[in-house]
Design a protein around this ligand. Structure first.
Ligand code: ADP
Ligand code: MG
Length: 251
């Protein structure tokens, strides 16, 4: 990734992530080619596409976990940061139901790097409560991870990804396995987080019902970007209908 203190390609926003001509090959197969993408702080971008389209691969390239050609630029207006902090919530992590680890233990290991078996100071417990309050999850602090519902696990992982507050927050399929009410809650929370912290949020999703209400930009990919724009424009485009085999394009 290339880091810049100045706007790139005419971007005047406070910060932005710009991907240019990105390609990823895995085991001799070209998974992504010539991907171009521009995300701004304060905005939610949804990456959509069928299974195998390369959504998770693109996320891994942004995270630096996949070798790619092309460029990924991050720029900040203030120039205070040399590289972006990226918060990441992975796709459907599973936890052992019998695992005795609590939400507090998980946070202590992740944010203080102390072994979970050592006593937790009042100050550290307060810090964890503050982290959980960002997702309205204070009540989860003493629950065992294995006892949490899918939606609660998402919330805890989101709180972890927000400590410290990142420049870019990436969630891979945060709505999968969540009921309609849960989806509404996740999207409303992301909306609140982007307003409170002015960060750039990238999600992948197969659920299109929330896009018009919550998302600024939808990027349809299948190996490359097929369509990029406002939710309504992408969801009614011939490209969207062709990719999802929906027959003729909507008007
Ligand atoms: P999506 O997230 O859109 O469902 P992925 O990015 O997971 O798609 O996968 C895109 C393509 O890359 C798929 O064809 C998948 O089989 C392939 N792929 C993913 N990971 C690997 C890997 N580690 N090695 C080889 N091929 C992979
Ligand atoms: Mg995926």
């Amino acid at each position: 990734m290339i880091f810049s203190k100045h706007g790139i390609g005419g971007c005047d926003n406070s910060c932005c992530l710009k991907i240019h001509g990105l390609s990823v090959n895995l085991e001799g197969d070209e998974i992504l080619h010539d991907v171009n993408l521009h995300m701004h702080c304060g905005q939610i971008t949804a990456l959509i596409g069928p299974n195998g389209a390369g959504k998770s691969t693109l996320i891994k390239a942004i995270l630096g976990q996949r070798v790619y050609s092309g460029s990924i630029y991050f720029s900040t207006f203030s120039g205070r940061h040399e590289k972006p902090r990226i918060g990441y919530v992975p796709q459907s992590p599973t936890f052992d139901k019998g695992d005795p680890v609590s939400v507090l233990d998980l946070f202590v290991c992740c944010i203080s790097r102390r072994p979970a078996f050592l006593p937790v100071s009042a100050a550290l417990r307060q810090k964890v409560l503050e982290c959980l309050s960002r997702v309205h999850g204070e009540a989860l602090i003493d629950k065992r991870i294995g006892d949490l519902s899918g939606g609660e696990v998402q919330r805890v992982l989101l709180a972890l990804a927000l400590e410290p507050i990142p420049h870019i927050l990436i969630l891979d399929e945060p709505l999968s396995g969540v009921d309609v009410e849960g989806m509404e809650q996740v999207m409303a929370m992301l909306d609140e987080i982007r307003r409170n912290f002015d960060l750039s949020i990238l999600i992948t999703t197969h659920d299109f019902s929330m896009l018009e209400q919550y998302v600024d930009d939808v990027v349809l990919i299948k190996g490359t970007v097929l369509k990029d724009g406002a939710p309504k424009d992408v969801l009614t485009s011939p490209e969207f209908h062709a990719v999802f085999h929906l027959g003729g394009a909507a008007q």
